[in-house]
Design a protein around this ligand. Structure first.
Ligand code: KG4
Ligand code: ZN
Length: 356
């Protein structure tokens, strides 16, 4: 099935052409073309995504992104009509003004091209970024169930367990800030810019000798459940910055050390809880996804701990960790295999978090 996939849930306008075959046990995907129009430069000066500006940019760019993706795939308008079998679009969750642009665009295309629609959950999209590659060749991931999935983005921090791609059981999630949000807020306090995750990683790499005389909390690391909390860590960093300022000790070196220790604190909690769930579920595979999955420390720590416990570790290509339409195309196919095409009138933007 050749899918035109559309993603506008936050601040990236993305359209992809993805082909999927096989069933839920053996899902084969091929990416023909992907285009992402990032809005980072617009939102950067506000230190976070401004929803009204995000929807304005989506509206401005979405038809240009469509034209570019068709040209990248060497498809003219008429060829594209023959090529596309279905249109997948992110309908939830996300920023409502942003979602509306993609959903309305997809519905108009569906109506005029007479192609069926698939309504896609963005979180399933992130999980499915593990089942696709950006190269134009057939891609199949070999792994065994039971599986556990850590999804860490700017809006979500969730742990799922699953025995098939038909049912995802939410085992735990953040009770306040998401991990990515925590990176972003700490970076903002240190004037490191937006998005915070890559900026904090870059700073922490500068640390050669970690001779700090402070430590930051690892919130809920010992709790009995699989939930997370990151707002306390953010507050601890705020107090630390205030203290260092008062003592005239906030300088390049201490800023790098705060970044190093913050990144370590976030990663340690994420890894500890993921491994704990994997062991409880007798998992054979651990999947990682979401924007924070681009973090090298997190990838390395989780890989090491997974392998120590004889569990296969799978993470998406770095380019597929951020919001993109390719993962939405594959998630669209998974959704189609489970539920068939969506009814035109049921395709609506919503804030629903549940995957199915
Ligand atoms: O998945 P995503 O692109 O958008 C959402 O669905 O939220 O995730 C964006 C988040 C931001 O909070 C950003 O700071 C974080 O992912 N991020 C990172 C890194 N790259 C992006 N966090 C830590 N380390 C990174 N290298
Ligand atoms: Zn996302």
């Amino acid at each position: 099935m050749n899918i035109l996939a559309i993603e506008t849930s936050c601040d990236d306008t993305s359209i992809s052409l993805v082909s999927c075959t096989g069933d839920l046990e053996n899902l084969v995907s091929t990416t023909y073309a992907q285009v992402i129009s990032s809005q980072i430069n617009i939102h950067k000066k506000y230190g976070g995504v401004v929803p009204s500006l995000a929807s304005r940019e989506h509206e401005k760019n979405i038809d240009l992104v469509l034209k570019e993706v068709l040209s990248k795939a060497n498809l003219g308008k008429n060829k594209a009509k023959d090529f596309i079998d279905a249109i997948a679009v992110t309908t939830s969750p996300g920023l409502m003004p942003s979602l509306l642009i993609g959903v309305n665009f997809a519905k108009s295309l569906s109506y005029f091209l007479d192609k069926p629609l698939i309504s896609v959950n963005h979180l399933l999209g992130h999980i499915c970024s593990n089942f696709v590659s950006l190269e134009e060749k057939e891609y199949l991931v070999n792994f065994k169930y039971p599986a556990v999935s850590l999804l860490v983005s700017g809006g979500h921090t969730q742990l799922y367990s699953f025995d098939s791609l038909e049912k995802f059981i939410l085992k735990g999630e953040t009770k306040d800030d998401a991990a990515g949000e925590c990176f972003d807020k700490i970076a903002k306090m240190l004037n490191l810019g937006y998005p915070g995750g890559p900026a904090i990683s870059k700073e922490s790499l500068k640390v050669k000798n970690f001779n700090y005389d402070f430590s930051l909390p690892r919130p809920m690391i010992k709790s009995d459940d699989f939930n997370f909390s990151f707002s306390g860590l953010k507050t601890a960093v705020l107090y630390l910055i205030q203290k260092l300022k008062k003592e005239n000790k906030l300088n390049q070196e201490t800023i790098s050390q705060i970044c190093y220790e913050s990144e370590k604190a976030i990663c340690e909690v994420l890894v500890k809880k993921t491994i704990k769930l994997a062991l409880q579920e007798n998992a054979k595979t651990i999947f990682l996804s979401g924007g924070v999955a681009a973090n090298k420390t997190l990838r390395e720590m989780l890989k090491q701990e997974s392998e120590k416990n004889n569990i296969q570790f799978i993470a998406p290509q770095i380019k597929l960790t951020m919001d993109n339409a390719t993962m939405i195309g594959v998630a669209g196919y998974v959704t189609y295999l489970k539920k068939g095409f969506s009814k035109f009138e049921d395709v609506k933007a919503s804030l629903e978090e549940k995957i199915f």
